[in-house]
Design a protein around this ligand. Structure first.
Ligand code: OGA
Ligand code: NI
Length: 335
């Protein structure tokens, strides 16, 4: 099977200095036209090691309600754990194409796991300037090593190590966000599956693009997850939509970028906002990112928490199985 990848298209586009028409966005989407360059408000940066617990909770709650996105520093994950994760992911994408295709997402597979190029058909048939690899990293019962690269040989250890550390951060965030809703610290985590909560890693690989003014990496979207925890590389590219404008999110070395996803917005009955975001690409440099989507197991039923719903505050979202939510979202069927 010869997989069509953006990496291969990028290679042939470089000498031509142009990109195929299906990558050229409409004027409503082109980053050169739609990125705001005036005063840029920054998404909040939060120090997770702050000993003032009440303040920490307040900052996380404010950021999740007003932005749906924030960056955390002093999160406790050692920097070599992060740089190892980045190193092995980069080495995988630099392998020859045949080697990467060993992990290709099977065409008939229901699961999202594997190496590939496009996730969903976009309106107007446009294509995103990005390749990806998806695989679960936690819990152990959800891991299918078939989709974990065997090259480089340290790939597995580096990913397992990151998964181990990430759980502490995830638990802390769910705890604070629960307190912010006036609920017990364990409530949100339980509502997204407790120990069955799925950690789905995606590696995004955005090759250099001769026309970054016209193309997009991932197109505007909110994540389906409850929370997404993302590590970028040093190449700028993440943008957030706020006040009807697209803003660049500043890269901070060693920070984790937190996104509120759809499931958290639903559970909180709209108090926390899923963030609309997209990515741009770079003319000379390869951008990469490592989001981990914290998702409920597929038959988990998710809806506004009953404790938050009453006559004055009716449920603003439907209650449904997570797998049904995903099906509607991927097929662009109203929820
Ligand atoms: C995503 C995403 C952002 C990034 O893959 O869902 O939003 O910075 N990625 O690559
Ligand atoms: Ni996203």
């Amino acid at each position: 099977m010869e997989l069509e990848t953006v990496q291969a298209i990028a290679f042939s586009s470089m000498s031509a200095g142009t990109i195929p028409p299906e990558f050229i966005r409409s004027e409503k989407e082109q980053p050169a036209i739609t990125t705001f360059h005036g005063y840029i408000p920054q998404v909040p940066t939060i120090d997770l090691s702050d000993p003032d617990e009440e303040k920490l909770t307040r900052l996380i709650v404010e950021a999740s309600s007003e932005w749906g996105m924030f960056q955390i520093v002093n999160h406790g994950i050692p920097s070599d754990v992060i740089s190892n994760l980045q190193k092995v992911g980069k080495e995988f994408f630099e392998l020859p194409q045949e080697e990467k295709e060993l992990y290709a997402k099977p065409p008939d597979s229901k699961s999202i796991q594997g190496y590939g190029s496009k996730l969903q058909k976009e309106v107007e048939g446009k294509k995103a300037w990005v390749d990806h690899l998806f695989h679960n990293i936690w819990p152990p019962s959800a891991i299918d090593y078939q989709f974990w690269p065997k090259k480089p040989p340290t790939y597995r250890a580096a990913n397992e190590e990151y998964a181990k550390w990430l759980q502490g951060v995830a638990d802390k965030l769910f705890g604070r966000l629960s307190l912010g809703l006036g609920l017990g610290e364990g409530t949100l985590k339980e509502s997204v599956g407790g120990d069955e909560l799925l950690y789905l890693l995606k590696i995004n690989y955005y090759p250099p693009c001769p026309r970054p003014d016209l193309a997009l990496g991932v197109v505007a979207h909110t994540d389906m997850s409850a929370i997404t925890i993302l590590i970028p590389n040093e190449v700028q590219g993440l943008q957030v939509f706020r006040d009807d404008r697209w803003f660049d999110v500043k890269y901070i070395s060693n920070a984790l970028v937190i996104h509120v996803g759809d499931q958290l917005e639903i559970l909180s009955n709209g108090k926390y906002k899923a963030v609309l975001h997209r990515t741009t690409v770079n003319k000379e440099k390869t951008r990469m990112s490592w989001p981990v989507f914290l998702e409920p197991p597929s038959d988990q039923v998710v809806g506004p928490l009953p404790q938050l719903v009453n006559e004055e505050n009716p449920a603003r979202y439907k209650t449904k199985k997570y797998s049904d939510y995903v099906y509607c979202k991927l097929n662009k069927i109203p929820q």
